[in-house]
Design a protein around this ligand. Structure first.
Ligand SMILES: NC(=O)c1ccc[n+]([C@@H]2O[C@H](COP(=O)([O-])OP(=O)(O)OC[C@H]3O[C@@H](n4cnc5c(N)ncnc54)[C@H](O)[C@@H]3O)[C@@H](O)[C@H]2O)c1
Length: 418
């Protein structure tokens, strides 16, 4: 990494910290023009005060797609450091795999850019802490790509629950269950050839491995070097909402179970996983199944003494509890429901508004960090086969050196987190 270059970037940053006028355009770059990056790009492109300036990717076909979406208005880059040097960029989207999130977010903050970083915010607990510290140090707006945080029905649900609207809540159950048995296949470069692909720059700080297309585009999720499986993929969404409902920064105890039992596609992360989190007077459970969908696929259920709420991206429904004895049982509350809004549009809008006003965004980096910690601890407990007592203030496992060693990962040189 060229540190001198980042120091120069930091100078240009100062101008971007001012409050912008309502009609001013926010000039943005996209780093990682893959599946989600392009989805984000398309969402931002619909906003009237958005200006697409640059796209960076290390896979030529995806770079071309990101540029084409702007009618060739945006400049192409293959090295994100060059993109971050551009003085006409106010903010970037980080849509790369998880192992790049910290390095790119920190570099962008140091170069004076605001950041919309996809979820899960981090690959490790220490990376997330660094992202939070650097964002605060440089007074940057950093939005985590947890779009539910901008959902009007999610905000209404959290308020209803926290106001006691469904009674006392002591249990939240969430999960992601589907059947992909016996496994997935490479979605790109399936012929094993790296056509238009800079593999070294894709790997970056991750360990050197022989090229295998299945480890790269999209399926990086199932390898520990780059991500954390369904736990950090969908778990980052659902556990973020569960933690939001509890109002607590972290669980005090985490116990995870499971493994990769049935899938034979070469991935590493669990295909069956169950994690239990102890929050103050609330037990949160997270269930993953990649090998059987069962009756309910994606779930987030909040159990209250007066009613139970089912929350999805489409809306929420509250089913009243029946209370009383025998035939005399009556509903403890009215049935309630609410439809959802366009989460992606609302989340992008919130980011642009915050870039202009310098306010904290809905899924501020601190929330993203804390929810990613929840996912990382679930995986660490599962991999160690024992529960973890978590000291949230110190961000350390109590009396467990092995667990604490897993809160961080070495960066492969020359990459290092500043
Ligand atoms: N918020 C959501 O609902 C949501 C949905 C899907 C994915 N995501 C997140 O988005 C991220 C990307 O996932 P995806 O499914 O789009 O993966 P993907 O593999 O389709 O896209 C990642 C892109 O990043 C590029 N890339 C890798 N290293 C790079 C580098 N050094 N410089 C520039 N580009 C680089 C890859 O070439 C690829 O085009 C993940 O963190 C994932 O969790 C979020």
């Amino acid at each position: 990494m060229n540190r001198r270059h980042f120091a120069l970037g930091a100078l240009s940053a100062l101008s971007a910290s001012r409050v912008m006028g309502a009609n001013e355009r926010v000039r943005m770059g996209l780093i990682g023009s893959g599946g989600r990056g392009r989805e984000d790009w398309g969402t931002f492109l619909k906003e009237p005060d958005f200006e697409p300036v640059a796209v960076c990717d290390v896979y030529a076909p995806f770079l071309a797609k990101g540029i084409a979406m702007t009618n060739d208005r945006a400049k192409p880059f293959t090295d994100f450091r060059r993109l971050l040097e551009q003085k006409d960029i106010d903010a970037v989207i980080v849509g790369t795999p998880d192992h790049w999130h910290a390095l790119m977010t920190v570099a962008a903050c140091e170069a004076g850019k605001d950041v919309y970083c996809e979820k899960p915010l981090s690959l490790t607990v220490t990376d997330g802490r660094k992202m939070l510290d650097v964002a605060r140090k440089h007074n940057r707006v950093v939005q985590t790509g947890s779009q539910q945080r901008s959902g009007s029905h999610y905000a209404a649900a959290v308020k209803l629950i926290q106001d006691g609207g469904i009674g006392e809540v002591h249990r939240i159950q969430c999960g992601y269950q589907r059947n992909i048995f016996p496994g997935l296949k490479a979605t790109e470069m399936a012929n094993g050839k790296m056509t238009g692909f800079d593999y070294e720059m894709w790997l970056g700080p991750a360990p050197k491995r022989p090229f295998d297309p299945f480890r790269c585009i999209y399926n990086f999720r199932w390898f520990w070097d780059y991500s954390g499986g369904q736990m950090t993929n969908w778990g980052a969404h659902h556990l973020d909402i569960a933690r939001w409902i509890t109002g607590a920064p972290a669980a005090s105890t985490v116990a995870g179970f499971g493994g990769r039992y049935a899938l034979t596609d070469g991935g590493e992360t669990p295909d069956v996983q169950q994690v239990t989190y102890q929050f103050p007077k609330v037990v949160v459970t997270w269930t993953v199944s990649e090998v059987a969908e069962g009756a309910k696929g994606v779930t987030l259920d909040v159990y209250g003494t007066k009613g139970s709420m089912t929350l999805t991206r489409g809306g929420f429904q509250v089913t009243p509890e029946k209370v009383g004895a025998g035939k005399e049982k009556t509903p403890a509350m009215e049935a309630l429901s609410m439809k959802g809004n366009d989460l992606n549009a609302a989340h992008a809008r919130n980011f642009l508004d915050c870039v202009k006003s310098r306010k904290r965004p809905n899924a501020d980096v601190e929330e993203g960090h804390r929810s990613a910690v929840m996912c990382h601890l679930g995986n660490i407990s599962t991999r160690l086969g024992r529960s973890i007592t978590w000291d949230a203030a110190k961000e350390q496992a109590v009396g467990d050196a092995e667990a604490n060693a897993m809160l961080t990962r070495p960066y492969r040189g020359p990459w290092k987190l500043a």
